[in-house]
Design a protein around this ligand. Structure first.
Ligand SMILES: [Zn+2]
Length: 106
């Protein structure tokens, strides 16, 4: 995600529009989360891909669901940092089960 670069030099009104877009995205995102699974996991009911991770397509972009969950609830993910699961359930998007780690933490 390159929001930081994109946001540079944008006027306030454009930032508002960006926020609106983010809210719309977040609302749609949470409709794709099904019931709470074992261990309190929030199970992704959208498409899943390699490794069992959830994928979320919104407009022209496809995101990994758990990374997007982090973006929506916690904020930006630094470059070269992974969003990892404490619960070892790849399809889980509960932000409380996620943490930021390096490649070696996975
Ligand atoms: Zn979980």
């Amino acid at each position: 995600m390159a929001h930081t670069e994109v946001n540079k030099g944008i006027k306030d009104t454009e930032m508002d529009r960006l926020d609106q877009a983010r809210i719309a995205l977040a609302e749609y995102f949470w409709t794709k989360v099904s019931d709470i699974g074992t261990k309190g996991c929030w199970m992704w009911k959208g498409r899943t891909g390699r490794g069992g991770y959830g994928y979320f397509t919104y407009g022209p972009k496809t995101y990994r669901a758990h990374r997007l969950s982090w973006l929506i609830t916690r904020g930006e993910i630094p470059e070269d940092i992974f969003v990892c699961h404490r619960c070892d359930v790849p399809a889980c998007v509960n932000p409380d089960h996620l943490f930021l780690g390096t490649y070696y933490d996975r």
